[in-house]
Design a protein around this ligand. Structure first.
Ligand code: ADP
Ligand code: MG
Length: 685
């Protein structure tokens, strides 16, 4: 149960004045459903304004607040703008310019002969001073408007800066006082403000200390939750598994294991032989051969007379894993089944029976395999594939089935820098497949300017003529997703015009069935070109797809590009990846794309990406999707995460049950950042 002190923070935003059904949607789009979310909706930057009485003292490009008296309205001629001619106290003339429908508001806001305060950016138009669409206009002559320092918030369609700022201000009124969870020594040393003061300050101006404090809170909450998972795991009782190697000996693999694979299997073998459940992360680039390691782990369980389960993030992946594993298991006598949300009726019943009576040894599936209705005779090992977004803790909770906690092996192909490994997986043991199977062909990667679109389409034509397939990836990362979707659909339309029905489109907003159907058409070879947004990132394995085009490649993170690229180069044919870039690139963007061309080592890409992006971020812009954090920037993670970890460890050592006063405060923090799965573990174990 969430502590009462936090209830006011978790009240829905529609309890605020002015939030009705119309605002609710755009707010939800930004993830702002509760008061708490608004408070943590940090400004991207601030506009600094200067109050001036004489416009002669201001310079073009400056943000100013100035008192003006309106002299004249100049209505639009034809399609031209609407202009308001006004004068400051020193007699300087300023034209306030409005385009489109804004002119209706303008007439009302700036009546001829009246005096108003206006805030906005000073521009030049010919010889004239002008201000286009002022950000604020006062309602009377009395009071100046706008703040001298004003927050600029991330927005979504249907929201304005004023609206968001107003809601944040309302939310700030309900700010409770919370006990301090940061360790006193650190708190004093960093000279951080108290929590509620910090929340106020980050909306008021550039307060690095306050911002750091809130980032630290988030990092600390995460570290603490992950550490609680680990601690509780230590106290759990698992099933010590000792395989005799009999089933593994029956596997007829067409290849020898790499050194890294053999080492990982040995590490897993050592872990599962213990009473305490294993918590291990298997990290290996796309194509590094994680599946066969997972299979060996599961076979240890089966040899020991227990069951194993493999959890995949999507239906398609579950199917593919099942197929691959079943093929490898042929002739071993091991029973393997597939269970997804789609299985219904008799087929499902049969599988459920098999799991209960133990006739099924290994089950592969989506989260359906952990539903309450599914019981196991003796589940002793769980493999979680592609655990590449956060939520490890929750997944681990899911895996708790029955009296004994199964051993857990999480697998990820996302190359993340070492610092982030800690953030995402806490102190899990790590096995690393740092060696690719022999004979892999490098993917020929080229950076091509978008101006050469015609050549690229020509390359696709030649490519599919040989019977091979191609991916065409469009970005889906902009703030207004609709634009991105429209762009992807437009690209699909043009490719379809050229190549006909052999082109399919798959994107995240399709219904799962439609998405799967599109993917299937491509996977079966019926379609030759798959136009997709990044949904293929975690997904299909089509060895015959050997060409990938990525549009606006500069807008993707390196890790993401790397993952995407890993979809080709899976067969024996040489593969190519064309990174289409815009006409104008920043220096960093150029370097990042060059790096993609230079290396195929995911770990190196991850480290260098962090270096390239780490510095120079204004206020620390959040990195969408790359980290489990919404507040902490990469820079803050690098700087503060080690501290947060040490602090979390100390706290757990001193007060593992979080029972003391500081423990109480820390519980609040876990709820505040919705890492309460950490707290729930305290009760269980
Ligand atoms: P990952 O899941 O790590 O991306 P997979 O397990 O799907 O990689 O393996 C990729 C491909 O490499 C598969 O076709 C697999 O059969 C093959 N493979 C795995 N291990 C080896 C090995 N030691 N030698 C040769 N090929 C291997
Ligand atoms: Mg895999």
């Amino acid at each position: 149960m969430r502590p009462e002190a936090l209830n006011c923070l978790f009240t829905e935003t529609d309890s605020l004045e002015g939030v009705g059904p119309k605002l609710k949607r755009p707010l939800e789009k930004l993830g702002l459903t509760r008061i708490r979310d608004l408070l943590y909706h940090l400004p991207d930057r601030f506009v600094e304004r200067r109050a001036v009485t004489d416009l002669d003292d201001a310079s073009v490009g400056e943000n100013v607040i100035v008192k003006l008296t309106v002299r004249e309205h100049r209505s639009r001629s034809g399609r031209g703008p609407f202009r308001v001619i006004a004068e400051d106290d020193a007699g300087n003339i300023l034209t306030v310019t409005y385009f489109g429908r804004a002119s209706y508001t303008a007439k009302k806001q700036l009546p001829v002969g009246e005096t108003r305060w206006v805030a906005g950016r000073l521009d030049q138009y010919g010889q004239m001073l002008q201000m286009v669409h002022p950000e604020h206009v006062s309602e009377s002559s009395a009071a100046p408007v706008g703040q001298l320092c004003e927050a600029v918030y991330p927005l979504s369609e249907g929201l304005t800066q004023g609206r968001v700022a107003g809601l944040v201000q309302q939310a700030l009124k309900a700010l409770p006082e919370l006990p301090e969870w940061i360790e006193t020594g650190l708190y004093d040393k960093m000279k951080w403000p108290a929590w509620n003061e910090a929340v106020r300050e980050v909306h008021r101006g550039v307060h690095a200390q306050a911002r750091d404090r809130l980032a630290y809170d988030e990092l600390f909450a995460n570290a603490l939750a992950l550490m609680l998972v680990r601690e509780s795991n230590r106290k759990q009782s698992g099933t010590p598994l000792q395989g005799d190697g009999s089933l593994r000996a029956k596997l007829k693999l067409p290849f020898a294991l790499t050194g890294a694979q053999a080492r990982s299997i040995r590490e897993i073998e050592g872990d599962v032989a213990q009473q305490a459940p294993m918590l291990r992360l298997l990290q290996g680039d796309v194509g590094a051969g994680k599946t066969v390691v997972a299979l060996n782990a599961m076979l240890i369980a089966v040899e020991a007379g227990a069951q194993a389960a493999m959890l995949a993030p999507t239906e398609i992946l579950a199917r593919q894993h099942h197929e691959t594993l079943a093929r490898m298991l042929a002739g071993t006598g091991v029973e393997i089944a597939l269970l997804t949300g789609r299985d219904k009726g008799k087929a499902r019943e049969a599988i459920l029976m098999g799991l209960v009576d133990g006739s099924i040894d290994i089950v592969v599936g989506t989260h359906a395999i952990f539903q309450d209705s599914v019981s196991y005779r003796n589940l002793a090992l769980v493999v979680i594939d592609e655990q590449h977004r956060f939520g490890v803790g929750q997944r681990l909770m899911l895996a708790r089935k029955g009296r004994r906690t199964p051993h857990t092996l999480a697998m990820t192909a996302t190359p993340i820098p070492r610092t982030l490994t800690l953030a995402q997986y806490g102190e899990m043991e790590v096995s690393k497949l740092d060696e690719l199977p022999p004979g892999r062909q490098a993917i020929d990667t080229r950076v091509v300017s978008v101006e050469r679109m015609g050549d690229v389409v020509g390359a696709i034509a030649r490519h599919i003529e040989t019977g091979q397939q191609a991916y065409w990836v469009c970005p889906m990362v902009s703030e207004s997703e609709n634009d991105d979707l429209a762009a992807a659909e437009a690209r699909y339309a043009t490719l379809k015009e050229r190549f006909g029905d052999t082109v399919v489109l798959v994107h995240g907003q399709l219904k799962p069935d439609a998405k799967d159907a599109g993917m299937e058409r491509f996977a079966s070879g019926e379609a030759s070109v798959l136009v997709a947004t990044t949904v293929i990132e975690v997904g299909v394995d089509v060895p015959n797809a050997t060409l990938m085009v990525i549009e606006q490649a500069e807008r993707f993170g390196l890790a993401q590009l790397h993952q995407l690229r890993g979809r080709v180069g899976r067969g024996s044919e040489k593969s190519t990846c064309l990174l289409l870039r815009g006409q104008q690139l920043s220096e960093t963007a150029r370097q990042r794309l060059a790096l993609m061309r230079e290396t195929q080592d995911g770990f190196r890409l991850a480290e260098e990406d962090l270096q390239l992006r780490g510095g120079g971020e204004l206020l620390g812009t959040r990195q969408s999707g790359d980290t489990p954090f919404r507040i902490a920037s990469l820079e803050q993670i690098t700087k503060l995460l080690p501290l947060a970890h040490d602090d979390a460890r100390l706290l757990i050592e001193r007060d593992g049950g979080l029972a003391g006063p500081r423990g109480d405060a820390a519980r609040l923090l876990l709820y505040l950042f919705e890492r309460d799965w950490g707290v729930q573990l305290l009760r269980g174990g």
